[in-house]
Design a protein around this ligand. Sequence first.
Ligand code: IPM
Ligand code: MN
Length: 353
Amino acid sequence: MKLKIAVLAGDGIGPEIMEQGVVVMSAVAQKFGHEVSYKEALCGAHAIDEVGDPFPEETFQTCMEADAVLFASVGDPKFDNDPTAKVRPEQGLLAMRKKLGLYANVRPVETFDCLIHKSPLKNEIVSGANFVCIRELTGGMYFGEKKEGTEEAYDTNYYSRPEVERILRVAYQYARQRRKHLTVVDKANVLASSRLWRKVAQNMMGEYPDVTTDFMYVDNASMRMIQDPRFFDVMVTENTFGDILTDEGSCITGSMGLLPSASTGEHTPVFEPIHGSWPQGKGLNIANPLAQILSVAMLYEYFDLKEEGALIRKAVNASLDANVRTPEIQVEGAPKYGTREVGRWIVDYIKNN
Ligand code: IPM
Ligand code: MN
């Protein structure tokens, strides 16, 4: 297969982990005879500094012309501490989501047995937890009508029926391929927008008789996620709830540096780690490249290249088992590996297996 990849490395540790994502992508391509070409483009703080726009038109065009976008991370503390800043790196991310029509954000929450001790929860509660959160990504309060005055301010949690329908369809497709259990998370006891979600889901569930659909209020879901994460298989929810719940989900596994994500929709899909740009780790060769590398696995799988994805997952597991790990997950006393060294080990494994 021929694949054109737009490479958006962004800020902080982004360029370092991206480098490892790309070498792994190339090693797999070589092994399976795929032709992959890469085109780098600016985004985030980096792009603000260079051209004054966190998601420049040229980057948008590069994304539109590509088959997939491999994205790392954006953000810079100099913007966080400046409330008067007119543009922020995060706006680039939101612009990318909107302009590429990336309405479905897929965030798997998976535990790795050898890292389970890193979870803040009891091991017997999290062991074996494996679910996917499907977060609606281009609607709700993030993009609804806003007012930002000095005396009053609001954000509108707007959803239309077609927006809800299309994300529910994505969620049902995932549920069908997994354990056939979909939980629709909302706040229908209070919010009108949530009642629309619930009505649409109730109308649609008859079309998926093989999937068990249940409904859960978001406050209850946030509790259930830490009490009994194995309850969940596929969870679907609106943009803001999904933002909050996926951070919760990422930390229950104890390994935020290992979780990839995919965003799909109307145009080019985007694959990225769920963690941020970790400015403190920048340039130190200590950032964990595994979430970026697993994002490459999700990219291959999106194009139905299952063996390619599986080999990357196998290589990642093997690196963990061999204790080839970056400092934050390394076991006591074992040598700590850098970002590059972990990437190189995985590339070698791919070549030899
Ligand atoms: C995420 C992030 C973004 C969001 C920020 C950086 C705009 O937290 O991808 O979850 O809120 O969606
Ligand atoms: Mn978030």
